[in-house]
Design a protein around this ligand. Structure first.
Ligand code: LLP
Length: 420
């Protein structure tokens, strides 16, 4: 469920009419619902209440400050992958002891900043990274906590570009190497080996891949226990799916029911890293119809948003529901159209052969389920400013990130002296 609903034929976000936001802010724009964010976070929290996990929102899904603040206020920690994300988390007063840091390519600078700030732990993705964290920690005379990210070699049955848990992927450490590392952990005197991490991919609809991966990790935990190595944390990553079309993903409760017995058995503090589940349905992208085009073979709705604003359809062939912001008053004819943007690429589309009611120039369309991996993946391709982000709470709305201006786009860019 989410808070984007029709009342009298008009799309609302909570108690705010989407057209009112457009009137004040223009198009295209991203719009988020505060209530949906809280609701989705609460769903996970409640489902897992028995073990009181630390829920570290994967802020790569949506790093808008209003979104982060909303979740931090609910007690969320953050799963980060860069120094930039760390700094944004700190801007909303996130507790460093609720921050975990994954990424296959952490730089020395990122490592030392995270150690300085005192994050909960690093999710370590390779042997040389372990050496590097140990080296940086030694120079700082510190002993940060690290969790090995295990690559369990499990197929997650999702889009090839977002599966991460097989040995064909760059992520994590294979079990054999991980066993070796733990056996020889004395080689890293500046690291506190506190846990294990596993994240097998994103938009995973069923429980089976999670259970399969967990079982492998639990086996490893048992081996470690038998060797007298006791950990504190098990970070089970993210991956819970959102509804884009007619998928029937497991609910948070079903997910909890399936894995709680395994988690409880470990006796470890559980960390979770949901991203999409919390924000996907809490956001929409609103765009305006610029032109209608019919070339005899195909009909096109040309809109003012493009793949630079929301790249998921172009990149993953992802399906996003598209609805007119105002429903036609009388029953109108529908037609199959391609909804396309102004970018100079054929991949610049939001939908192909989509059945939509007759639209006119100036009409507004809402592209649904755009709150995860939407704005964060936007670019300035074709020298287009990124759209504004607006958040609604009840009957209030506010721009939380301004539309980029041309000045924003050319900031820091100069013509070299030797070309003048
Ligand atoms: N933890 C780690 C280590 C991750 O790499 C990710 C996502 C998450 C947690 C959160 O996963 P989620 O709960 O959101 O599934 N851009 C793609 C998705 C990339 C996911 C990257 N990693 C998309 O638009 O579908």
């Amino acid at each position: 469920m989410h808070d984007f609903q029709f009342k009298n034929g008009e799309l609302y976000c909570e108690d705010v009419k989407v057209t009112d936001v457009v009137q004040s802010v223009g198009t295209p724009l991203y719009l988020y619902s505060h209530h949906t964010l809280v609701d989705h976070f609460t769903k996970i929290k409640k489902a897992f209440a028995k073990i009181n996990p630390l829920i570290c929102f994967a802020m790569k899904a949506n790093d808008n400050l209003a979104v982060l603040k909303t979740l931090a206020d609910q007690g969320a920690g953050f799963d980060i992958v860069s120094l930039g994300e760390l700094k944004k988390a700190l801007m909303v007063n996130a507790d460093p002891k609720k921050i975990v840091f994954a990424s296959v390519g952490k730089t020395a600078e990122e490592i030392s900043e995270a150690v300085k700030i005192g994050i909960l732990f690093f999710n370590v993705e390779s042997l040389p990274e372990l050496d590097e964290i140990n080296r940086v920690a030694k120079a700082m005379n510190k002993k940060p906590q690290v969790a090995l990210r295990i690559n369990p070699d499990v197929e997650a049955a999702t889009h090839a570009k977002i599966t991460t848990g097989t040995l064909k992927n760059k992520f994590g450490i294979d079990l054999t190497t991980a066993k070796d590392i733990m056996k020889n952990r004395a080689r890293y005197p500046h690291l506190d080996f506190c846990g294990l991490h596993v994240h097998i991919g994103s938009q995973i609809l069923t429980r089976e891949p999670f259970v399969k991966a967990l079982k492998k990790v639990l086996g490893f935990i048992e081996t470690l226990k038998a060797a007298g190595i006791h950990l504190k944390y098990l970070d089970i990553g993210g991956g819970l799916a959102a509804v884009y079309k007619d998928e029937k993903p497991q609910t948070a409760q079903e997910f909890a029911d399936a894995i709680l017995p395994y988690l409880e058995k470990t006796g470890l503090k559980i960390i979770m890293e949901p991203g999409r589940f919390i924000t996907a349905n809490a956001g929409i992208f609103v765009t305006k119809v610029l032109y209608l085009k019919d070339n005899g073979i195909k009909k096109f709705l040309i809109v003012d948003g493009g793949m630079n604003d929301l790249i998921r359809p172009a990149l993953y062939d992802a399906y996003h529901e598209i609805v007119p912001v105002k429903r036609p008053k009388t029953k109108t004819k529908t037609a199959k159209v391609d909804v396309v943007g102004p970018i100079c690429e054929s991949g610049d589309y939001f939908a192909k052969e989509r059945e939509l009611p007759q639209m006119n120039q100036g009409d507004l369309l809402a592209i649904m389920t755009a709150g995860a991996y939407g704005y964060v993946m936007a670019s300035n391709y074709n020298v287009r400013g990124r759209p504004p982000e607006v958040i609604v709470k009840g009957n209030q709305f506010e721009v939380t990130k301004k539309r980029e201006t041309f000045e924003d786009l050319v900031r820091g860019e100069t013509i070299p002296a030797f070309l003048k």
